[in-house]
Ligand binder design. Structure first.
Ligand code: GLC
Length: 440
């Protein structure tokens, strides 16, 4: 760029983000050489494996079962509307045929441009296309050793850094982004990951916007793909009052909707099926069906999107646990997605043990804990036109209360309260939803 871009030029308006907010649910895919190690995508850093040793996985990478059409079909059936694939994770391995490195899938026994096949397959299923791209690179020889780098405890780390030039690395980073945004048609999301300017370690500084030349990177991204949604991890938040397109809380459901300077923001929580992003054979903390559905509902009830992650195996498959988790979403979304797509936070507090999502004059009551026969809803009398279960469309009747104190129960009924009458037995739905149609 020969002029210095103003960050305000790169703010997307709500219209440009409308498809994203409407979609609410996407698939994150973390895939790379670490699928072979199969013990977390950070194993190179955690185990302090030197780049030349880590390359043993490169020589063996051969996901012969990779069929992205199957992945895409599974995602679509689960109700997901977009996907975000790791084009390169922190390990530095590239899943496409980059012209500026040899460290890429086309040079492994696999020999395929995995990104190209992903884009084609997911687009064919009608999903929007996202790339995750790591700012961090533990393989590139010019990437200075820092707090997360596998060589951080090397006795000569500081001396090794003398030969490393971040400017050359950043050229490489920008060149790769240019490839990714010019070769594969329309790209809808770029998820950069991540900045840590204040994390110094043994005199090795962290990295942030100066290192990545983030303003230019954002300008480049938008120039090549106008309208692309770019996340918040470029370390630009607050600079000249800049607010990124989306905030991305990770493995964490906030208590209230995130804000910046007290103003609501577009946001997307990302979560894993188990505790790891990359395939991790022995990781055992897989979320159960109830947790999976509640994560989605909780997120949408706060006005956010959920990006749920799968870590494919080294053979290129989703393992059985991931397939079952996707099936949980499929079963629930098939009957309840009306309460998710295009829905957002309601401006009223839900009854006990419930969540609300809202779309226009329809409130969706998600019942997290099945009560005995009654759910009391305050301030609803006269406002409710009709109520029914989403999963089978069956009517739900309700009681109104004319007395201020119920003489039989001896409890004051707040004015305007109604009481939904539920079946004693919980319907066969993980989280049942009642649609409350309000008077206009
Ligand atoms: C992180 C991690 C990572 C994962 C990601 C997902 O910051 O470094 O491994 O890719 O976030 O949000």
């Amino acid at each position: 760029m020969n002029h210095s871009p103003s960050l305000q030029d790169f703010v997307l308006d709500d219209k440009e983000k409308a498809w994203f907010v409407e979609s609410r649910f996407g698939l994150f895919i973390h895939w790379g050489l670490y699928a072979i190690g199969s013990r977390h995508e950070w194993l190179m850093s955690r185990e302090e494996i030197a780049p030349e040793d880590y390359e043993r996985y490169f020589a063996l990478f051969d996901p012969d079962c990779y069929d992205p059409r199957l992945w895409a079909r599974r995602a679509r059936k689960a109700g997901m509307k977009y996907a975000v694939l790791t084009t390169k994770h922190h390990e530095g391995f590239c899943l496409w045929d980059s012209a500026v490195t040899d460290y890429k899938s086309t040079n492994t026994p696999c020999g395929r441009d995995l990104v190209a096949e992903y884009v084609e397959a997911f687009r064919a299923e009608g999903l929007k296309i996202g790339f995750y791209h790591s700012l961090i690179d533990w393989h590139h020889p010019d990437f200075p050793i820092d707090v997360f780098h596998p060589l951080r405890n090397h006795p000569d780390a500081a001396r090794l850094n003398e030969g490393r030039d971040i400017r050359r690395y950043t050229e490489y980073l920008h060149a790769q982004v240019e490839e990714l945004l010019t070769r594969y048609g329309k790209i809808d999301i770029l998820f950069y990951d991540f900045s840590y300017p204040s994390r110094s370690y043994k005199g090795l500084p962290g990295k942030g916007r100066k290192d990545w030349r983030s303003e230019e990177l954002l300008a480049l991204t938008r120039r090549l793909q106008p309208g692309i949604i770019v996340n918040n991890r470029l370390d630009l938040l607050g600079l000249e009052g800049f607010v990124p397109d989306i905030m991305t809380p990770e493995q964490y459901t906030p208590r209230t909707a995130p804000t910046v300077n007290g103003k609501p923001v577009t946001w997307e929580a990302c979560h894993t099926f188990s505790g790891s992003w990359g395939y991790d054979r022995d990781e055992a903390t897989w979320k159960d069906p109830e947790q999976l559905i509640k994560l989605l509902v909780d997120t949408v009830s706060l006005g956010g999107n959920l990006l749920m992650n799968v870590g494919p195996t080294a053979r290129g498959t989703f393992d059985d646990r991931a397939v079952s988790a996707l099936k949980v979403y499929e079963d629930w979304m098939t009957l309840n997605s009306d309460a998710i797509y295009g829905a957002g936070a309601a401006d009223i507090a839900p009854p006990r043990d419930c969540r609300y999502t809202r779309k226009g004059n329809r409130l969706f009551l998600h019942i997290f804990s099945w009560p005995f026969r009654h759910i009391h809803i305050e301030d609803m009398d006269g406002k409710l036109k009709f109520a029914r279960f989403l999963h089978d469309g069956s009517e739900v009747q309700w009681l109104t209360h004319s007395e201020d104190v119920d003489p039989n129960v001896g409890v004051a009924v707040p004015k305007g309260m109604i009481t939904l009458e539920l079946p004693v037995i919980k319907p066969e739905v993980i989280v049942p939803v009642i649609e409350l149609i309000l008077n206009d």
